[in-house]
Design a protein around this ligand. Structure first.
Ligand code: UDX
Length: 442
């Protein structure tokens, strides 16, 4: 099938490459010439396992191309809107400028019967508002949220754990005739996943939009819940990791996303919970998700706590101390530093007068752009040399599995390690002579 993808950022580039890999003919549209040039060469503009291979194969096969010219989307039956919805500069709501621009652009090239598939994360109600514009030129607008995780984006796109499609519906909630047609066509687009029995949930537009933000709100809440338990553990001498293991055995709770530490960041969870709270306020139901502000605050307090632990470990002040920060990305398997707790903590320590050296297997270039005042060292061992304290803030395997306490002890000036992700074996480090600090652990 012929598809266009409007917006080739994280979501769009992966979607375009994944759709080409399952046999569709795809044109990706973007306004950024550097990004387009890289993508057209079959190169991933960001770190994402497997994406490079998919792009290269897709471009070589002739089924995948990228351009700035929206005219080239003409003739595609499906137009996926995958542009960003960043946090507005003047508040916490989502900025819909790019979504509106994408829809406006599409209006000039849509043919009767075309299907516009929204994938961007939008405040609930947006799709309904956009619908008359798309229908005025004979198109159908559906909403098909994306749940991909960075680091797993290709797998999550090709083998999603569910497909959710919101379609135009009648007052009784049943899809309209155009809605039914769109569902049948989308089943064909996603045929490989559909054929393996992936749950395919058809609903109205508002529910589809809400599914996305509700999922992210739940995940953020789960992380902040365990981080709140950390705060209690810290004043009682309890161990939050054992607590998480124990409650996680209850299958109703589950252990995943109960990783206590310096909290969540990235391009989605923080902005999505803020936008959700803002939207609920607009709808007059702010109190329904008032807890999300608490979730955000718990999350930000963890960064303060990490700084406080480092200060305490260094006798009260970090001034002029040599601190090696392991990690800058907001999570491992990513070079993304958007709202990264790791980089935030490193920057704060620098602001307090510490001599901070940051290392990361993938994110140094991006981190340098955001926080140029920090010193970056590509080689882990070189970064560790002479450290008064080592602070682990992104749980890359390079630190979690491949870093041995005795070897580190030979490199550093003082054997103090702060494990901001509770991912190291405390006993092993203590046995090697380190003073070990976790988050919410004795
Ligand atoms: C998230 C959602 O998981 C995904 O479904 C959605 O489409 C986009 O947002 P992503 O931003 O890639 O994906 O990251 P995720 O793996 O969810 O991690 C988010 C943050 O939470 C990271 O900073 C991570 O370090 C942190 N986290 C995660 C914890 O602090 N503890 C945990 O137990 C899990």
């Amino acid at each position: 099938m012929k598809l266009s993808v409007i917006g080739c950022g994280y979501l769009g580039a992966v979607h375009a490459a994944a759709m080409a890999s399952i046999g569709h003919e795809v044109v990706g549209i973007d306004v950024d010439p550097d990004k387009l040039e890289a993508l057209s060469r079959g190169e991933a503009p960001f770190f994402e396992p497997d994406l490079q291979r998919l792009l290269a194969d897709g471009v070589a096969s002739g089924r995948l191309r990228f351009t700035h010219d929206l005219e080239e989307a003409r003739g595609a039956k499906f137009h996926f809107v995958a542009v960003g919805t960043p946090q507005r500069k003047d508040g916490s709501a989502a900025d819909l400028t790019y979504v509106n621009a994408a829809i406006d652009g599409l209006l000039s090239i849509l043919s009767d019967g075309d299907i516009v598939v929204g994938k961007s994360t939008t405040p609930v109600g947006t799709a309904q508002e956009l619908t008359p514009r798309v229908e005025s030129v004979g198109g159908t607008l559906v909403w098909n949220p994306e749940f991909l995780r960075e680091g797993w984006a290709v797998k999550d796109t090709i083998e999603p754990d569910r497909i959710v499609v919101g379609v135009p519906s009648r007052a009784d909630g049943e899809p309209t005739a155009a809605g039914h047609l769109a569902v049948a066509s989308l089943r064909e687009v996603y045929a490989p996943a559909v054929s393996t029995g992936t749950p395919f949930i058809v609903t109205d537009l508002a529910t589809a939009e809400l599914v996305k933000v509700a999922a992210n709100a739940f995940l953020a809440t789960k992380i902040s819940f365990i981080n709140a338990m950390s705060e209690i553990a810290e004043v009682t001498g309890a161990d939050v990791t054992t607590l998480a293991d124990a409650i996680g055995h209850d299958t109703r709770i589950g252990r995943r996303f109960l990783g206590a530490g310096i909290g969540f960041g990235g391009g989605c969870l923080p902005k999505d919970i803020r936008a959700f709270a803002a939207r609920a306020e607009e709808l007059g139901r702010g109190e329904a998700v008032g807890f999300l502000r608490e979730v955000d605050e718990i999350n930000m307090r963890r960064r303060d706590r990490a700084v406080a632990i480092v200060e305490e470990a260094l006798g009260g002040s970090v001034f002029e101390k040599q601190i090696t920060v392991l990690g800058a990305a907001f999570k491992p398997h990513s070079d993304d530093v958007r709202d990264s707790p790791a980089l935030d903590v490193a920057t704060r320590l620098h602001g307090l007068g510490a001599k901070v050296k940051v290392t990361d297997p993938a994110a140094i270039e991006n981190a340098r752009r955001v926080s140029p005042q920090l010193t970056y060292v590509a080689d882990r061992d070189e970064a560790l040399e002479g450290a008064d304290l080592v602070l682990l803030v992104t749980e890359w395997d390079e630190y979690r599995r491949e870093m041995h306490p005795l070897q580190v002890a030979d490199l550093v000036s003082a054997s103090i390690i702060v494990d901001g992700r509770n991912c190291l074996d405390a006993r092993e480090w203590r046995d090697a002579g380190f003073v070990y600090y976790g988050m919410g652990r004795p």
